[in-house]
Design a protein around this ligand. Structure first.
Ligand SMILES: Cc1ncc(COP(=O)(O)O)c(C=O)c1O
Length: 391
């Protein structure tokens, strides 16, 4: 019998693997399941990105170890710099403020291993993306959960975090536009957060893979726009959601050069970088894809509005989310999050995510992903409506 390492034993089961198991089981049972549970766009990657991959994959130069290995190709880092400048008004130095990643998820792990010591505290939000907690635990850190409440626009009240916790805190993980709540940050919040973190010597990590999915353009924000943020911050971003490229595994860490250099040092020991051809296709996406982002954003906006209207007709009402492609909805009276999602699975063959999957403060909510085509979304909502009528 193999005895797993303690660091592995302490990890809770990974939520999305459990959801995938449920989908597979339903398929094996011959059920016609519709999943609104996973944020994985159904639409393909735009054709010119796939074409770029096809042509550069033919060049044997790209069959060798990736150029500049762990850091990412210089042309990739230069494209990231152009993209951040154009889309977020943030100027970055490709030499030392950008690191290529195989997606944000990898960056979360690299940050923890490179910068967090056993016994440090890592602040995560509740609700929040489960990988922050898991990777903090793997680094031997303690996790302190900061609630996100509707009453505060799902922004953390950092002044409420006890000073004795702050003294032991190494980093605070935030994610706006937010999965699962759909909330966005604002300039005042980020400015106050940076001042608060600088005073306490706390690093800020903004997980930003939904950075382009903001419905009101005035709310589009990178933490790195805030004066004084850069030295203490890193932003993790990727092409996964922005260009329908979840399967390609390509992203970037951008921010303070000391943090980037620590992550590089860790990465050069555990990975050999991203396939050159994928990095070159990502350059095409970042340089040529602005129009695609508009089309994709308009699609999610339309689905959001239609779905909210349909849910309102069922008595489930919520304020429209400001960003992402998720709806964060209250469960009907009389059910817990889990009870309601199990009911939908059993009686409607529709899979949604229970709010508690993102932390205890997710109780009372369920999350719907708008990444399925309109007809499937409408069919799923129809089924949910029928279940609620039968109550
Ligand atoms: C908040 C958040 N962070 C990170 C990720 C993972 O992104 P990537 O595909 O870039 O690893 C997701 C994916 O669902 C997410 O919702």
């Amino acid at each position: 019998m193999v005895n797993f390492a303690d660091r592995l034993k302490q990890l809770p089961p990974y939520l999305f693997m459990q959801l995938r198991d449920k989908i597979r089981q339903a398929e094996a049972d011959g059920k016609d399941l519709i999943s609104l549970a996973i944020g994985d766009p159904a639409e393909p990657t735009p054709a010119y990105i796939v074409e770029t991959l096809r042509s550069v994959a033919l060049d044997p130069v790209n069959h060798q170890y990736p150029t500049d290995e762990h850091k990412g190709m210089l042309v990739f880092r230069q494209a990231v710099a152009r993209w951040y400048d154009r889309r977020h008004g943030v100027s970055l130095r490709p030499e030392n403020e950008i690191l290529a990643l195989s997606g944000v998820k990898e960056g979360i792990h690299h940050f923890m291993m490179a910068l967090v010591n056993p016994g440090d505290i890592v602040l995560v939000t509740d609700p929040g993306y489960p990988a922050y907690r898991a990777n903090a635990l793997m680094a031997g850190a303690e996790v302190f959960e900061v609630p996100l409440l509707a009453a505060n626009g799902f922004l953390p009240v950092f002044d409420d975090i006890p000073e004795d916790v702050c003294r032991k805190t190494k980093a605070f993980f935030l994610n706006y536009p937010n999965n699962p709540t759909g909330a966005c940050a604002n300039e005042l919040f980020y400015t106050r957060l940076v001042a608060w973190a600088r005073e306490r010597n706390i690093l800020l990590v903004v997980d930003n893979p939904y950075s382009e999915f903001v419905f009101n353009k005035d709310r589009k924000l990178s933490l790195l726009q805030v004066p004084g943020a850069r030295e203490i911050s890193v932003e993790l971003n990727s092409l996964s959601k922005t260009y329908n490229m979840t399967g390609w595994r390509i992203g970037m860490a951008v921010g303070g050069s000391e943090i980037i250099s620590a992550m590089c040092k860790f990465k050069e020991n555990v990975a050999s970088g991203v396939f050159n051809a994928i990095q070159l296709a990502a350059v095409a996406a970042m340089d040529q894809g602005d129009q695609d982002i508009e089309i994709i954003l308009a699609r999610y906006c339309k689905r959001r509005d239609q779905a909210l209207k349909t849910f309102a007709g069922m008595g489930i009402t919520a304020k429209p989310g400001e960003g992402t492609f998720y709806l964060w909805l209250p469960v009907p009276h009389g059910y817990s999050s889990l009870e309601f999602t199990e009911k939908l699975l059993l009686e409607a063959s529709v899979l949604v995510t229970p709010g508690t999957a993102y932390g205890p403060h997710g109780e009372g909510y369920f999350r719907v992903s708008l990444t399925v085509p309109e007809a499937l979304l409408a069919a799923a909502l129809d089924r949910i409506g029928n279940v609620l009528k039968r109550r």
